[in-house]
Every structure is written in structure tokens, then in C-alpha cells.
Design a protein around this ligand. Structure first.
Ligand code: SAH
Length: 340
């Protein structure tokens, strides 16, 4: 058995042919699943009984169970249990431009970034395609909203689950299905170079965000162990290629950690590093967590840092803060439950 929510339209068309059915049956099923949003084959009233029986032996529906939901005016945070008992989070943020969902891609994470709560709990497994798709379907249904933007910035490293993430994107981008525009989808990575190369070849309009967090190898090695495998000069060089080939603007995420990476020297080094790249820098106020010693930079330091980047010609924004009241700081809700 496999989940019906994990199959791309192309694959479902092939599977219909294999079942001796017409290809367009796949389109009808997609319409029921993603436009009409039914959750059983019995509700698909234009399918014949025989086909429904065959489908029931091959595919199942839900695999997410809600265990907790925390909300304030702007954020709804969901904790789900998967079929095998593992837990994942998803966070819905209400912006003035729409509803953005932060999706998890793995159970835990092996990247081991020093400041990150998710990475304290090591990777158990990658998420299946349907487990990512269902985060969207469940939350749209639960809150009675439409999600306009999806960011792969929840628990896990999307490029450590590359194939499933690409299928996930194909499914939610499918015009005959959820029809989420590629330009409304953002993949965030800590910088796994071979996968950035693969991603470049996909020819997608999906946005790419790089978790940078430091302007030199010495500091980045301390904050992000992945930098030892893929150092900054190599990362920047492949990213320049990416911009040249795709003509897409890159996002660099930069968490502001007090007295660690928020100094004037760091700002100037960052300017040098990113000069000439079509990009913008998103400065992120650090969400402190009780297990990790890093502190957030003061507003004053953030603004000074911002000014230096701006004056030197970099496009820069400070991320609006969401969710510290509802434990939305990356992985906090899950670790709260896992550790009691
Ligand atoms: N592994 C991917 C995506 C998940 S992390 C990546 O590294 O990009 C998503 C973003 O949240 C990253 O930029 C990460 O560095 C940041 N982040 C992690 N912990 C945080 C915290 N406590 N406060 C603010 N941002 C955090």
C-alpha cells in the first residue's frame, strides 16, 4: 500500500494505464483529491465501482494525526503524529500578502547547526512525499483557509531528502491539483553543494534560500558543521553559477547571534562576500531556546548591521518575528513533547 497523496500526476497516469484504465482517470482522481478535497475513493462519484475497489487495494489516505495546536493572532503551530508514531511540526504564518506555511521535511535533522533546536534531536528518517503534502491539506482544512506560500524551513534539511522534496514540489505545483505557483515556494538549505547543482538542472521557478549565518569559514565552521564539507568559497562559487544560469534572485538567511556574528567586522565581511551577487539578505532575530547558550542580538545591533549592508549596496530586510509566544522557534514544540 502507498499513500494516494504521494503520487505525481504523471505517475498516477502511468498507474492508471497499468490498471488497464484510461489515462484521464488520473486527472479525475486529482480533481477529487486536490480541488474537491474528498478523503475517500467512495466519494469519487464519477469512478466505476470496480476501479474504486482496485484503488482501495493500492492506496491509503490520511497519515497525519493532530496532537497539538498552539495559536495566536498571526501564527498557528501544529504538532502531528505520523503513522509510525514519529512527530513533526508545521507552522502557518498569516502575512498581509497571504498565508505562508513552514513545512518540515525530515523527522529530526543531522546537520547539527549549533544554534538550532531541531538539530538537537537527530534525524530519525526523511519524510515521505505524502507526509509533506498532507501538512498543507490538513492545515487548509483545519483553519478553513488557502495557503498561498510554502517555505521548506521547518524541521530537517530539504536537500538531505532531495527526491521526495522534488516530488512534493511537483505535486503542490500541479495546475490540475493544489496549483501553488513555483514562485511562491521557497527551499531553504544549509548549503549542500551537490544538491544545489542538481537543483539548478531542474529548471524550476522555485526560490532558493541559503542559511549563511557567517561571513567566513572560521565562524561558519563553528556554527554549521556542514561548512567543513562545503566551505564558503565553494558555496559562493556554485551560487554565482546558479544565479547566472537561472536568473533568479537568491535569499541569504542570516541569524543575528549576540556578540558572535553581529559585529561591524562581520557586516563588512558579509558585504565583501556577497558583492555582485543578485541576492538579498534576510536578517533573522534569533529565537532563544532554553537548551542552547546563544543569545539574540539587541535591536540596536541588528539595525547597525542592517545599515552597513544597506549603505554598501546590499538588499536587506529584517525578518518579522513570529511565534515566540507559541514556541514557533524551529523545533521547539516537537522537542518539548519528545523530552517531556
Ligand atoms: N535545514 C534548512 C531548513 C530548516 S532551518 C536550512 O538550514 O536552511 C530554517 C531556518 O531557520 C534556517 O535558516 C535556520 O538556520 C533557522 N533557524 C534555526 N534555528 C533558529 C532559531 N532558534 N531562531 C531563528 N532561526 C533559526
Amino acid at each position: 500500500m502507498q499513500s494516494i497523496y504521494g503520487i505525481t500526476l504523471l505517475k498516477l497516469e502511468q498507474e492508471m494505464l497499468e490498471l488497464g484504465e484510461k489515462k484521464f482517470k488520473a486527472l479525475q482522481i486529482y480533481d477529487w483529491l486536490y480541488k474537491k478535497r474528498v478523503s475517500s475513493f467512495d466519494d469519487m462519484s464519477n469512478l466505476k465501482k470496480e476501479l474504486i475497489s482496485k484503488l482501495k487495494t493500492k492506496y491509503f489516505f490520511e497519515s497525519l494525526k493532530l496532537i497539538d495546536k498552539l495559536e495566536d493572532e498571526f501564527v498557528s503551530k501544529f504538532l502531528f503524529k505520523l503513522n509510525d508514531g514519529n512527530k513533526i511540526e508545521a507552522v502557518l504564518m498569516r502575512h498581509d500578502y497571504g498565508n505562508s506555511l513552514c513545512v518540515s521535511t525530515e523527522v529530526g535533522c543531522n546537520m547539527g547547526c549549533a544554534f538550532c533546536e531541531s538539530g538537537r534531536l537527530k534525524k530519525v528518517r526523511v519524510l515521505e512525499v505524502n507526509e509533506m503534502v498532507e501538512q498543507i491539506l490538513f492545515i487548509e482544512n483545519n483553519l478553513n483557509i488557502r495557503i498561498s506560500h510554502v517555505v521548506l524551513m521547518g524541521i530537517g534539511e530539504p536537500f538531505d531528502n532531495y527526491n521526495n522534496v522534488m516530488d512534493f514540489i511537483k505535486i503542490i505545483n500541479e495546475p490540475k491539483g493544489i496549483a501553488l505557483g513555483a514562485r511562491h515556494i521557497t527551499i531553504s538549505t544549509c548549503g549542500i553543494i551537490p544538491k544545489i547543482k542538481d537543483f539548478m538542472k531542474e529548471n524550476l521557478q522555485v526560490n532558493l534560500a541559503i542559511s549563511l549565518h557567517a561571513p567566513n569559514n572560521e565562524l561558519r565552521n563553528r556554527l554549521m558543521p556542514i561548512n567543513k564539507a562545503y566551505p564558503l568559497e565553494d558555496l559562493i562559487s556554485i551560487l554565482k553559477e546558479y544565479v547566472k544560469k537561472t536568473h533568479r534572485r537568491l535569499t541569504f538567511e542570516y541569524i543575528m547571534l549576540k556578540d558572535i556574528n553581529d559585529t561591524k567586522e562581520c557586516a563588512l565581511e558579509l558585504v565583501d562576500l556577497l558583492k555582485g551577487i543578485n541576492c538579498y539578505v534576510n536578517l533573522i532575530p534569533y529565537n532563544e531556546t532554553s537548551h542552547i547558550e546563544f543569545k539574540r542580538s539587541s535591536n540596536d545591533s541588528v539595525m547597525k548591521f542592517y545599515d552597513i549592508l544597506k549603505k554598501n549596496g546590499l538588499a536587506v530586510t529584517v525578518r518579522r518575528e513570529f511565534g515566540s509566544k507559541v514556541m514557533a522557534a524551529c523545533g521547539q514544540l516537537r522537542s518539548h513533547y519528545e523530552e517531556g
